[in-house]
Design a protein around this ligand. Structure first.
Ligand SMILES: [Zn+2]
Length: 163
């Protein structure tokens, strides 16, 4: 299924933020997005419940991407959570979840409720999940096609210009 224009634009916008020197990795892109927003994004490995790959938690002053420890497709999950963030999907406001949904919440219960909205894939047909998946697939594809050394881009262009 081809990515929507909205997703394609979001991927391009993120790649435009890429650092101008050195290799562009997924984590350096996430760092660049965080600087662009003026709001830290923390990456953390966590023991999430079985079947949950990743989770985006919104705190008052920062965002946290939790990634299931030992996940073989960690990059894909990170890119998926980044997709939710840059596409403006609702994250999980942690304090709000606690305040609005339960009177007295144990952290276990909050964790359980949060996990209802996360996972490798959301319920079928959920637009936000599909968009985040499309974003992740396209971003990783385009990242994989970037030259690993920026100077090679210049060489190719010079070659085209003078060749
Ligand atoms: Zn998701």
């Amino acid at each position: 299924m081809p990515a929507s224009r909205r997703v394609t634009r979001a991927v391009s916008a993120v790649l435009d933020l890429a650092p101008h020197h050195g290799e562009v990795s997924l984590t350096s892109l996430i760092q660049a997005v965080s600087e662009d927003r003026g709001r830290p994004i923390e990456l953390k490995m966590a023991e999430l419940p079985p079947g949950v790959c990743g989770q985006w938690r919104q705190y008052a002053d920062r965002d946290v991407f939790l990634i299931q420890r030992g996940l073989p497709a960690g990059d894909r999950t990170l890119a998926h959570e980044l997709g939710h963030l840059v596409l403006g999907h609702d994250g999980i406001p942690v304090a709000e979840a606690a305040r609005e949904r339960v009177e007295v919440a144990s952290s276990d219960l909050i964790g359980y409720m949060l996990n209802q909205r996360t996972g490798c894939m959301g319920p079928a047909g959920e637009d936000a999940e599909q968009e985040a998946e499309d974003f992740a697939a396209l971003l990783l594809y385009r990242l994989g096609r970037l030259p690993s050394d920026r100077s090679s881009i210049i060489q190719v262009r010079l070659g085209e210009a003078f060749g």
